[in-house]
Write a protein that binds this ligand. Structure first.
Ligand code: GLC
Length: 718
């Protein structure tokens, strides 16, 4: 029997011991219902919590946000422990985020959220193929059991209690260019000019660590980025917003104000003896701000204002697992082991041990165990609350933005995260590789992240590490052009992968793809905002909408919002792929945003040719796709005249959402909606439009495609 608290009709929270309040869940109404058995699962140990569930052969397990393997997590073992691991190979158990939410979808349907900020292990049919086992080395934890008719309903209930998701400014839905590292103003300006010369739309250019003075947060190198505010303005006038990186570690340097203030006010994490904890990252030795301490959080957050004052409107938070290159302890241990080995004839085990000691100097658990927080006056060992660090760094910025400019939306995304962080920002999926497999991994992660509320997300398009070739970059763009965060990023020393970095033909294809993205923004933004407001997902597995058996098996296609299905290519030299259609759909093989071709695809399996220069966009039956026009950037989009592609058997409806794109007034209901209804009447289609508040759109050009593939064109005034 476990202490139970009924939050609503679908959710009961079970309390083991005295859990730490992570603030993951924000809606806690309801009633204490005494002690109850936890349904569905068995508790094998309440000392070190161990929960098991016997799965049926066909049960699917969804969830775990940012992690390896499939959309269906069965067969894997996963550990929630935010890790700075740049090699996202299938053997890895942890990536940068910790998202302890899973859904069992089979004979029983329920969700489990383990609200525990230390390491949690999910063994999903790995050790014993039919057993799901969740375990942790602690017994102070909240476990939420979430019921619902189906996975979609369970997600909705979960999103309801963790609170409304982050909404970026609309310009953050444009194409974004990054690279570690654009060294100085000249290089940034050259990138901007290349986009302009080549007529390729782009909204932002990123400042990676090299904009700072010796990697010190909230400083700007005077040598390479002199007169920064003017430069930010100049770039904005050219049409590009600059987005600087902020790292978690604060350089230890006398005279550096962030360091001095942190020391003076005890705002840094401490070691065993209460002195500021020392580790090394980019700037050399650093202290880590104690983001679990409310005061420190606000202090650090308000520092973002230094850059906001220079005209900056967005940031990316990095190295906030927190990543540790080394500590004195780690180095000493490695040197000690090396010295011990000197002159010896090492046997195999000793040699590999020695290698591991060096390999494990960075991000070592021993270091995390030696670090402490002060959370509301309570001293906490970092290891047990590790997964809260990145989340609270980003929360620090999010909370401060409310002070800096309450009504303004800032672009913000983080590398590390925990459930709850979605209220303050999105995430990018970290240091992937220019590997074909990572396109597929990117696709699989998207719905899993959406289940945890993280909607504003995307991967380093083209791959961060290693060199991309042109076809990989093109194919990756043909998926990323659908992700809310659409950013091309690559590591220092790798082959350049801006859209113009390859030969003309590649450049032209990428330009077309980016233009298609801009034309999709009315739909993408509308679906994103409706998902946020209604607690839905933006990307869904097919099985969330279709109940047939095959839809449950598909791991390489996604539904995007109400109307679309995407099925990208992720294999080298493939000029087509197999696609599963759970119903008849309309295929638009888009080459350019304003060029059309349609093919009605029959329900079932099909092989679709998709040449390099085309992206396959599937429009569901009785659904509507709204398309705007491309532009240099989001601010200069002219959507007074837009178009609609509708695939209609009998009746299709669509609600096109829009708002000012920059303020938070949508929360007070200040947004517009155009309700479009297309209904088949004899041989014709009747269109009704109800506009509540959209002042931009004046005319809509309709292309209605019936089930036989006949195209009926109409133009309607709004
Ligand atoms: C980390 C980030 C990467 C960034 C690099 C340098 O590896 O994940 O995106 O470019 O640091 O700041």
């Amino acid at each position: 029997m476990v202490k139970a608290y009924k939050i609503d009709e679908n959710i009961i929270r079970y309390t083991f011991g005295r859990p730490i309040n992570t603030d993951a869940v924000v809606v806690v109404r309801g009633e204490d219902i005494g002690n109850r058995e936890m349904p569905y699962v068995n508790i094998l140990s309440s000392e070190n919590l161990l929960i098991t569930y016997k799965m049926d052969d066909l049960d699917i397990v969804y969830g775990l946000g940012q992690n390896q393997r499939g959309i269906n997590k069965r067969g894997g073992i996963y550990e929630s422990f935010c890790s700075d691991d740049p090699n996202h190979t299938p053997n890895k158990k942890s990536l940068y985020g910790a998202h302890n939410f899973i859904i069992v979808d089979g004979k029983e349907k329920f969700g489990i959220f383990i609200d525990y900020p230390g390491k949690v292990k999910f063994d999903i049919g790995f050790t014993h193929k039919e057993y799901l086992e969740v375990s942790l080395d602690d017994n102070n934890v909240y476990v939420y059991i979430i019921e619902g008719e189906n996975s979609k309903a369970i997600v909705k209930s979960f999103l309801n209690i963790i609170g409304m998701g982050y909404v970026p400014p609309k310009w953050a839905f444009g194409y974004q260019q990054c690279r570690w590292s654009y060294e100085d103003k000249d290089e940034i300006e050259e990138v901007a000019n290349k986009f302009i010369e080549n007529n390729i739309p782009c909204d932002t250019i990123y400042l990676d660590i090299d904009y700072m003075d010796t990697y010190k947060d909230f400083t700007v190198s005077n040598e390479r980025f002199s007169d920064f505010s003017n430069f930010v303005k100049k770039m904005k006038d050219k049409g590009f917003r600059l987005i600087p990186i902020i790292d978690a570690g604060v350089k230890i340097q006398e005279g550096y104000d962030v360091y001095e203030e942190g020391i003076k006010n005890n705002y840094f994490c401490t070691d065993e003896s209460g002195n500021p904890f020392v580790a090394a990252v980019w700037p050399g030795k650093v202290h880590f701000p104690d983001f679990l301490n409310k005061e420190a959080r606000l202090w650090f957050g308000l520092k973002y204002n230094i850059l906001v004052d220079c005209g900056i409107e967005g940031f990316w938070n990095d190295m906030n697992e927190p990543a540790i290159f080394y500590t004195e302890r780690g180095i000493k241990e490695a040197i000690h082991r090396a010295k011990e080995s000197e002159g010896k004839n090492l046997d195999m085990d000793t040699f590999f041990d020695l290698m591991d000691t060096f390999r494990n100097v960075n991000n070592n658990d021993e270091d995390y165990k030696a670090m402490y927080h002060n959370m509301d006056g309570k001293r906490l060992n970092h290891y047990h609350v590790h997964n809260l660090y990145g989340y609270n760094m980003t929360r620090s910025a999010g909370e401060a933005f409310e002070h800096i400019d309450k009504n303004k939306r800032f672009l913000m995304f983080s590398r590390s995260s925990y459930i709850g962080m979605h209220r303050y920002s999105g995430i990018w999926t970290g240091d992937n590789h220019s590997w074909w497999d990572h396109i597929l991994l990117n696709l699989k992660m998207m719905p899993s992240l959406n289940m945890c509320g993280l909607l504003y997300s995307g991967a380093d398009t083209g791959g961060f590490s290693e060199d991309a070739n042109s076809q990989l970059l093109i194919r990756w763009n043909q998926f990323s052009m659908f992700t809310p965060l659409y950013r091309n990023h690559s590591a220092k020393g790798t082959r350049r992968q801006e859209p113009y970095a390859f030969e003309e033909e590649t450049k032209d294809i990428l330009k077309n793809m980016i233009e298609i993205r801009y034309s999709l923004i009315p739909y993408i933004y509308s679906e994103y905002m409706k998902a946020i407001l209604n607690r839905h997902m933006y990307f869904m597995p097919l099985s969330f909408e279709y109940e047939d058996v095959m839809s449950k098996r598909v791991e390489n296609q996604l539904l995007l919002g109400d109307s679309l299905m995407v099925a990208p290519l992720y294999e080298e030299n493939s000029l087509g792929r197999y696609v599963y259609l759970p119903e008849d759909m309309l295929l638009w093989k888009a080459k350019q945003y304003d060029e059309r071709n349609y093919e009605v695809m029959k329900k079932g399996h099909a092989y679709v040719d998709i040449p390099l220069e085309e992206v396959a966009i599937f429009i569901r039956k009785n659904k509507i796709l709204v398309l705007g026009n491309s532009a240099r950037n989001v601010d200069s989009m002219d959507n007074s005249s837009i178009s609609v592609i509708a695939f209609v058997e009998d009746k299709a409806t669509y609600a096109l959402y829009d708002d000012d794109g920059v303020t938070k007034e949508f929360k007070e209901g200040k947004y517009s909606e155009i309700e479009i209804v297309i209904e088949k009447k004899d041989e014709d289609f009747e269109i009704t439009i109800e506009n509540s508040g959209n002042e931009e759109i004046k005319t809509i050009k309709f292309e209605i495609i019936d089930v036989l593939g006949n195209v009926i064109e109409k133009r309607v005034q709004v």
